[in-house]
Write a protein that binds this ligand. Structure first.
Ligand SMILES: Nc1ncnc2c1ncn2[C@@H]1O[C@H](COP(=O)(O)OP(=O)(O)OP(=O)(O)O)[C@@H](O)[C@H]1O
Ligand SMILES: [Zn+2]
Ligand SMILES: [Zn+2]
Length: 803
């Protein structure tokens, strides 16, 4: 028997698996989906790989010439058949290597270097206990020291759940345990010991009686035992010393969120919700994609929850994606309230250990509902009955680094694999999705009304062009201040958004105009008042704010830009009694900070929630009746064809935070472009009109959704080399591709230098040209060959970022 192995060799990547012989002693255990160690290349260095196939053909002697698998890293497949198949497809789709997809599918812990342990969780024969475990409960798992027979026995023990494999990475991601107590003595033996006790040894007697009630192999937690029997640790330790009981670690899960959630009940749906749910239920068991287009506050979440419930009742599992869950703790709570301990949560705010624990709960089928951000789309759920993507238009669903996949594409694949409906939900769908619904590829479900027939908030524009005349350095206009005061008087709350996209605070010399630049990147440094430093948001470079201009020695250094901190100070001056909660990168960098701040706001501990984009979506606070956008335009100037779409989406989303319960809401938008269509149509809450208008523009400019795009970027430490390489690639592409493919560039990208590497890019636009796929695969191999010369090539299918 031979194994096909995808190996992890950065400079020699290929999607072609290599064939390895399986040594006699491993023959029974090597299965598809397992990680193995194999010799690779001339030096036969040991590398990690995934078994992706087994060949039963016996090559009669030929396999003697093949290199053989050196060891196995798992006792069972850690990537199941479905995910293996998905990795194959996704590697081709994203023009990346299969190994990088396989690794993206696993929690970090399993990617890193770790020590594996074998841990007994049940009683075993002495032969195994002493032969393999040397009388201990836990040993380091090292195949090289184990015989084939031992491996066979271990595999069997694992199947019988008597032994588990645990992983430890540099202290962080270990299986968390607490101390447990068990006894290996029989009832009678314990009875004999009790008889031998001194009459006043009451505590020990109590403990021994308790031990007599345990099933063979049963482990009880030491702290529970202590509490229940009111024993001291000393009594327990004595019993252990005497050999009456032994200590045994018990595996426990870390709890990502300690907040206790009160369970809730499904709500009675209003008629539009009920109609949508009914269509979704009717599609159960089919790979139908729905676009649920529902205005803000129309109750999309309730539809998701009831659709999930329906599938759970039919014995299926459910997968729900949210843009970045640490930003939307409210959504997580709603799901947990409804489904309790069935829910596993996966997102970047968890520690590596917590993530690993949640992942194992899914893998062991203890969790049947998974909610998480982008990479949760790879959750090892089986038997999926429904997949939901909330805020499907969000750019964070696309991974901006290798492998550059979009969670929506993966969701569609898994939906097809499991015959499970996929629901894409948004108040402002991406143009791509809305266009597919128009064509009938997706089923369109509309929720046009808010809960309780509440009207969408009235939106007023404040024209900043006229305000400039006053030249007051004030970031909150007087009208908006008045409105905030009114809300405060009525004990209502306000949300203020400072749009940070394409915008940053910086320092400039007033005498010579110098803006302090990053030494490694072609971009100005951003001012951070809390640390009194200038930071580069691309490479992390940080330096003190200069007191003197590095160019002309002038001391006239001025701070520019409206940061959230500056607005906060301004608000304190203008509205001294207002209580403000500020949410931005600085105030939320600590773990759990988002949740805490939002909870405080929900408890009315503040009148104003001031923040960046992170407060724009998902929040559902009944007493918020006023929303102010301080700068609507900063995102419009970005050189990206989606600039208008993003601006429209952001404004609509944030406006939607106002007036969601029984009180009507009002929105103020401060803008320099009050006549821009994205702003006008957001003011009118008219997504459909925006969609039609923007589609015409996309059509004329040949962009998505009419055309597919691929971004190709090459970077090199030497600018000339980068330019030269890209020119060659451009020429090669023009030869290989027909005139139906538009090839733009090469041009330096808009930030040409990042981390001291120079970037050049080419954009391809095309409609239906099958050869593009093949040419990109070839280019990927060319890039591979060139990586030795220090060139890095990125192929990005449907890029969401053109900077
Ligand atoms: N059928 C219903 N009956 C009563 N209340 C409901 C019903 N459906 C939803 N709600 C409540 O209405 C509010 C708004 O619903 P929800 O947050 O689900 O809207 P949404 O469409 O997801 O909004 P957004 O896109 O703005 O985040 C919530 O507080 C929710 O609990
Ligand atoms: Zn100067
Ligand atoms: Zn930098």
């Amino acid at each position: 028997m031979l194994a096909q192995v995808v190996v992890d060799v950065p400079t020699r990547q290929t999607n072609q698996p290599y064939t390895y012989a399986i040594p006699e002693e491993l023959r029974q255990y090597v299965v598809v989906g397992m990680r193995v160690v194999v010799p690779f290349g001339q030096g036969a260095r040991k590398v990690q790989g995934f078994v992706v196939g087994l060949l039963t053909t016996d090559l009669n002697g030929f396999d003697g010439e093949l290199k053989a698998i050196s060891q196995i890293l798992d006792l069972y497949p850690i990537v199941n058949a479905e995910l293996l198949k998905l990795s194959d497809w996704l590697a081709n789709w994203t023009f990346s290597f299969r190994i990088s997809i396989l690794q993206a599918m696993l929690p970090n812990v399993m990617r890193a270097k770790y020590t594996r342990y074998l841990q007994l969780v049940d009683e075993v024969d002495d032969e195994i206990l002493y032969g393999i475990f040397h009388g201990q409960e836990r040993i380091i798992f090292d195949e090289n020291t184990l015989t084939a027979t031992s491996l066979a026995q271990l595999a069997k023990l694992r199947r019988n759940k008597q032994v588990v494999v645990t992983y430890e990475v540099t202290s962080k991601a270990k299986v968390k345990t607490e101390s447990g107590i068990q006894t290996s003595l029989s009832f009678e033996q314990l009875e004999d010991i009790k008889l031998g006790l001194r009459a006043n040894a009451k505590q020990q007697n109590k403990l021994l009686s308790y031990l007599q009630t345990l099933e063979p192999g049963e482990v009880v937690s030491q702290h529970q035992l202590r509490d229940r029997l009111a024993l001291s640790n000393a009594v327990i330790n004595t019993a252990v010393r005497q050999g009456w009981a032994s200590k045994q670690p018990i595996e426990i899960y870390r709890q990502p969120s300690k907040t206790i959630v009160q369970p809730d009940q499904p709500k009675v749906l209003h008629s539009q919700q009920a109609k949508a749910l009914q269509k979704i239920k009717a599609a159960s068991g089919t790979p139908t994609t729905f676009l649920l287009e529902g205005v803000t506050g129309s109750g999309k979440t309730e539809v998701y929850l009831q659709a999930i419930d329906y599938e759970l009742q039919h014995g299926k599992t459910a997968l729900m994606l949210v843009p970045e869950i640490s930003l939307t703790p409210q959504m997580m709570h709603r799901v947990k309230k409804r489904f309790g301990t069935k829910v596993a949560v996966l997102h970047s705010g968890l520690s590596a250990g917590e993530r690993f624990d949640e992942w194992r709960r899914i893998e062991r089928r203890e969790a049947t509902v998974v909610i998480g951000a982008r990479s949760a789309i790879f959750a090892p759920l089986e038997n999926i009955g429904i997949i939901i993507m909330d805020e499907e238009h969000e750019a964070s669903y696309k991974q901006d680094e290798n492998p550059r996949y979009h969670a929506r594409d993966v969701a569609k694949w898994r939906s097809a694999y499991y015959n499970a409906p996929l629901i894409l939900g948004s108040a402002t769908p991406s143009l791509e999705s809305r266009a597919r619904a128009q064509k009938g590829v997706y089923q369109l479900l509309m929720l046009t009304e808010r809960i309780n027939q509440q009207a969408l908030p009235e939106v007023k524009l404040i024209d900043l062009r006229q305000k400039i005349m006053h030249a007051k350095e004030q970031s909150v206009a007087d009208e908006l201040l008045v409105a905030i005061k009114e809300r405060m008087a009525q004990h209502e709350q306000s949300v203020l958004l400072l749009n940070r996209r394409g915008f940053s605070s910086f320092v400039m010399c007033r005498d010579c105009g110098l803006v302090v630049q990053c030494p490694n990147c072609d971009i100005g440094l951003t001012l951070h008042m809390d640390t009194k430093t200038l930071k580069c948001h691309y490479c992390g470079h940080e330096e003190a704010i200069p007191t003197q201009c590095p160019n002309c020695r002038s001391k006239a250094i001025k701070y520019y830009g409206t940061g959230t901190q500056k607005v906060e100070i301004e608000l304190q001056k203008l509205l001294p009694t207002a209580r403000v909660i500020r949410m931005d990168l600085d105030t939320t960098s600590k773990k759990g900070a988002h949740e805490k701040l939002l909870k405080a706001f929900g408890n009315h501990e503040a009148d104003i929630l001031l923040g960046t984009q992170m407060i724009a979506k998902g929040l559902d606070f009944p007493d918020v009746t006023l929303v102010g956008v301080l700068n609507a335009d900063t995102g419009l100037g970005i050189p990206d064809f989606r600039a208008s779409e993003r601006t429209f989406q952001l404004l609509t989303q944030v406006a939607g935070r106002a007036g969601r319960a029984d009180k009507p809401g009002t929105v103020f938008i401060q803008t320099y472009n009050p006549t821009h269509y994205a702003i006008k149509m957001a003011q009118a809450h008219d997504y459909e009109k925006f969609y039609r208008y923007e589609m015409q523009i996309r059509h004329l400019a040949k962009y998505a959704p009419y055309y597919f795009t691929i971004k190709i970027q090459a970077s090199h430490a030497d600018e000339r080399t980068a330019a030269l390489m890209m020119t060659k690639i451009g020429q090669w592409l023009r030869q290989r591709l027909t005139a139906e493919v538009t090839i733009l560039g090469p041009t330096p990208r808009s930030i040409a230098r990042i981390k001291n590497r120079f970037y050049y890019q080419i954009i391809l636009k095309y409609q239906n040209v099958p050869i593009v796929e093949q040419v990109m695969q070839e280019l990927q191999l060319i890039a591979q060959a060139n990586s030795r010369n220090g060139m890095q090539l990125i192929i990005d299918r449907e890029p969401l970022n053109f900077m």
